[in-house]
Design a protein around this ligand. Structure first.
Ligand code: ADP
Length: 283
């Protein structure tokens, strides 16, 4: 069951699969399983935003999104929102992915960043957001960012033939659960592990010049192109570009923003599909 593999940093892959509507978890898990059986050392990170929105609405806490003065949009995570977030990310989504992998013969272990303080960082107690053109400060927010990744815990699992399946929340330095961006957490994980590539798979073919026209895919970018994410994309894609920049700056050689849909989406992304981003030196 546990295929022997090298777990060398030079081989390591971090795959982030999103949680927006249309993301194909079955296709990603089947491909991850095939790669693990081929001996590829791999860590899977996932999101859960669309399902969280549905469950939050059903439970009477409709989601609220805020836009920072620099133009990044994120979920406003007060205590009630955090609890729903945990139900969906750490519960049904994480266990659904672990189950898919277990059924495919992969010994997956699902963990949030809170478990074992796997992902640790500062909680941002005051969030600035723009509403109706005015800057407001929100103080009831359980959000933050990942500054430290416990690679020892990940290596323990990988060396024991397990495949880590990771999801927000992370753990604040004070031990609180904090919502962190999954793409950026995946970037921090890839950098900390010295991964050879970070694959960010969502419900789009990659970075599009025109969101409504898939023929406008940008096949390649370099690190310098990411200096101004707002010039390249809007909404959630901007955060993926920021995450890509952070991964490259952390030493990851290649970031691919690609599609979770279709046959073999992970290998397709590695083989050239999607938007490939590398440092200037490697381009
Ligand atoms: P996930 O939760 O699957 O990681 P996100 O919703 O965070 O995905 O980000 C993907 C979304 O980014 C796409 O569905 C698309 O609506 C949006 N987006 C905004 N601008 C662009 C762009 N230029 N190219 C591609 N996607 C974009």
């Amino acid at each position: 069951m546990n295929t022997p593999r090298s777990n060398d940093a030079s081989d390591m892959l971090v795959v982030k699969v999103g949680g927006s509507a249309g993301v194909d978890l079955d296709a990603v898990c089947a491909d991850v399983a095939a790669m693990v059986h081929d001996g590829v050392p791999l860590v899977l990170v996932h999101g859960g935003s669309a399902r969280t929105n549905e469950v939050a609405t059903a439970l009477g806490h409709p989601p609220r999104f805020v836009t920072s003065p620099s133009g990044f949009t994120s979920r406003h995570t007060d205590r009630a929102a955090l609890e729903v977030f945990e139900m969906v990310y750490c519960g049904v989504t994480n266990k659904g992915i672990v189950e898919r992998l277990q059924r495919a013969g992969v010994d997956a272990v699902g963990l949030s960043g809170l478990d074992g303080r796997l992902w640790e960082g500062p909680r941002k107690k005051a969030i600035k957001c723009v509403e109706d053109g005015k800057v407001r400060v929100l103080r009831d927010s359980y959000t933050g960012r990942v500054e430290k990744v416990d690679t020892g815990l990940l290596r323990l699992l990988l060396d024991a033939g397990r495949v880590p399946v990771l999801t927000p929340p992370a753990c604040s330095f004070d031990g609180e659960a904090i919502n962190v961006d999954g793409d950026r957490a995946a970037a921090a994980t890839a950098a900390a592990l010295g991964a050879r590539a970070l694959l960010i798979l969502s419900n789009i073919p990659g970075l599009l010049v025109d969101l409504n026209d898939h023929s406008t895919l940008r096949p390649t970018l370099t690190r310098r192109d990411l200096d101004d994410p707002a010039a390249l994309a809007e909404g959630r894609m901007r955060i993926k570009l920021l995450a890509a920049a952070e991964a490259l700056d952390g030493g990851v050689a290649r970031v691919v923003i690609g599609d979770s849909r279709g046959d073999g989406p992970v290998r397709a992304a590695l083989d050239g599909a999607g938007t490939h981003i590398v440092s200037e030196a490697a381009a």
